[in-house]
Ligand binder design. Structure first.
Ligand SMILES: [Zn+2]
Length: 648
């Protein structure tokens, strides 16, 4: 979901959202947006599954709903097919708001059953015990004015004088308007959604529109969805929609329909904007595998909430900016096909959807630039020194829905994983995650993503996730470089903004430019003060730290001096000879630098030798080292100096 506070929202209750689709309102008020989301989730934050409903598998639901957007009211008959997963199954339970009145419960569509309904729990007595794995069904008939929780789990309003009704159940609002099982472990395997409404209106929902039948003054819309779906992604929206479709070409396959239900007054605006979804879907198809619900449809239904919500196959949209279209579309892969299995892992939904917004800019879509987008996210994330992507305290509402941490820092984690693993392994790992049989059309935890990225990248990511997912803050870098002939030496120091991470191990990109060359080196930074060297064809003229913005870092400094914090007069008194050397290196230091430490690194930056220096004259045995280029770093309390050394 993406929350965008629109001016229209402030006046909700009078008339309005005529302006909801204009680009200029999008992307504002991130903090207000987060506050709205926080309020929505209050009270249910550590929820994954309820003991009340966790003893059966929900297989199928057929919802028959009657609504009129002029009335804040719903009447329904919901038939559920279920199979017990535990022995002794004598009652089947549903989450259903006690504000609604359940009038009747039928067994196999005919026989009335006894039930109790209180505390938002509907408990239905079965005529006999049902065996594990045996499928059975009940139909619940109910009606009432639903409570509205969160962002408006069930809402009515007006646009341009016309009434509208819509739902937005994420994450706990499904029970406000229909009986189901809302958890993060068991998706409903398929649904039929049948909406009866006055004939002036159209009903939008999940899946394929099977039929639209006029019955007197009413119309009955039948939507069918044959993919697993969590209760929070089931939704309806009803108003006097104008309808148009666009199609996304698929190489060697059927085009994918993008079906748009929009307010008539917004039709032109939407028709002009919809190319964003077409282009973004072509990109995502290529990067992440074909749109997960391609044989049904993708679509939009405009609604009166000031943001977007990724209802499966039919995102509900407050506006039509490129960013919002890309974000909600991205959720169809990340959030809908694979859904976060805990609120601690909300970044698996929102970090990905946010990162995919950015990737559309990377590929030249939309009006923003990739570099601007990245810099904006880095600035936001590093605007405070603390905060982890992992949600340690799931009772802390403001933390779970932090736009800075769950959305933006989550997106930057993916960006850094891509940098660390390389494009090929990163995208392969993500595709494997999306296609894994145990995750696809189900739920995932952070460890699942880590596993598939590690498999594809052939490297452990435990340290990365410890630092970046569980740890807080970000690194700041000091890159100091100097040149001896063609050898460029680079010392990289790092400090961190938060004590939870002592050091971020990362490949550090530094760009070097000079006459006839322009190269970006990725230094494998494993400790602060590490010195690297490489051969340049000419004098380095310009050095830039991370010019492509791969790292989430701030307050970085590049300096060009041979001596790090060591006065020139002292540096001149440091002698190393012979050079090249075969057996031994002689070191001479002024007494004022003692005691000191000598560390020898090979050309790859690996430390090969370390010696304590207590005297002004010293001998260091290098006879066992292979021939090659080395550099010697002398570190004292007064600073350090590095000297290139050649072993013959
Ligand atoms: Zn989102």
């Amino acid at each position: 979901m993406k929350k965008i506070l629109l001016p229209a929202l402030l006046f909700w209750g009078f008339s309005f959202f005529a302006n909801a689709q204009t680009e200029e309102f999008v992307c504002k008020s991130v903090e207000e947006i987060a506050a709205m989301e926080q309020a929505a989730h209050e009270g249910l934050l550590d929820f994954r599954s309820s003991p009340f409903t966790d003893n059966y598998d929900i297989i199928y639901q057929r919802m028959e709903w009657e609504v009129d957007p002029n009335q804040y009211y719903i009447q329904g008959a919901v038939t559920t097919y279920f199979a017990p997963t535990r022995n002794g199954f004598t009652a089947v339970n549903f989450d259903l708001s006690s504000s609604l009145q359940a009038s009747n419960v039928l067994y196999h569509g005919t026989d009335p059953l006894n039930f109790t309904h209180s505390g938002d729990r509907l408990e239905i007595e079965l005529p006999e015990m049902i065996e594990v794995g045996e499928m059975d069904s009940v139909t619940i008939i109910y009606s009432g004015a639903p409570p509205s929780s969160g962002f408006g789990s069930f809402a009515t309003g007006y646009h341009n004088g016309s009434p509208a009704l819509w739902t937005l159940s994420e994450p706990y609002g499904a029970k406000d308007w229909w009986p189901t099982k809302q958890d993060l472990v068991d998706k409903i395997d398929s649904v039929d959604i049948i909406v009866r409404t006055p004939a002036a209106y159209r009903a939008a929902s999940n899946g394929v529109l099977v039929s639209e039948v006029l019955d007197g003054n009413e119309k009955v819309y039948h939507w069918r969805h044959r993919y697993p779906i969590p209760a929070y992604l089931v939704a309806i929206a009803v108003t006097n929609y104008a309808v148009f479709s666009e199609f996304v070409p698929v190489e060697g396959g059927e085009p994918i329909e993008v079906l748009n239900y929009v307010f008539p007054e917004s039709l032109n605006s939407w028709q002009n904007a919809i190319h964003s979804t077409v282009e973004s879907m072509e990109l995502f198809n290529e990067l992440f595998g074909l749109y997960p619900f391609a044989d049904e449809k993708y679509g939009h239904a405009q609604f009166g909430w000031g943001g977007g919500m990724e209802h499966q196959t039919m995102s509900f949209m407050g506006g039509n900016s490129h960013m919002l279209q890309a974000h909600e579309l991205a959720h169809q892969w990340f959030g809908d096909k694979v859904t976060c299995g805990s609120w601690s892992d909300i970044w698996l939904n929102e970090g990905f959807a946010t990162y995919l917004e950015g990737m559309t800019y990377e590929h030249g879509l939309g009006t923003n630039t990739w570099q601007n987008w990245l810099q904006g996210k880095i600035d936001q994330v590093t605007g405070q020194p603390d905060g982890s992507v992992f949600v340690a305290d799931t009772s802390n509402v403001s933390r779970i829905f932090s736009s800075r941490l769950s959305y933006s820092k989550g997106a930057l984690l993916l960006h850094m994983l891509r940098w660390k693993l390389g494009d090929e392994a990163f995208f392969q790992g993500v595709r494997n995650y999306l296609e894994a049989p145990e995750l696809a059309f189900g739920y995932a935890r952070t460890a699942d993503l880590q596993y598939y990225l590690e498999q594809a990248g052939g490297q452990s990511l435990t340290e990365f996730f410890d630092d970046w997912f569980y740890g807080q803050g970000y690194p700041s870098y000091h890159v100091n470089w100097w040149q001896e002939g063609n050898t460029v030496l680079v010392q990289i120091d790092q400090t961190t903004s938060h004590a939870s991470v002592g050091f971020f191990e990362m490949p550090v990109p530094v760009k070097f430019q000079g006459p006839g060359f322009n190269t970006t080196m990725a230094f494998d930074h494993t400790y602060s003060g590490q010195i690297f060297s490489f051969e340049a064809p000419a004098d380095v003229a310009l050095v830039r730290f991370d010019p492509e913005l791969w790292l989430c870092s701030r307050n970085n400094v590049v300096t060009n001096t041979e001596i790090v914090g060591l006065a020139e007069t002292l540096k001149e008194q440091v002698k190393v000879w012979p050079n090249p050397a075969r057996e031994q290196l002689s070191l001479q230091l002024p007494a004022s630098l003692l005691p000191a430490q000598a560390v020898l690194f090979d050309a790859a930056g690996q430390q090969v030798l370390e010696a304590a220096i207590r005297n002004e004259q010293n001998e260091v045995d290098i006879s066992t080292l292979p021939a090659g280029h080395y550099y010697l770093k002398l570190q004292s309390g007064k600073g350090s100096v590095a000297v290139p050394v050649v072993k013959e």
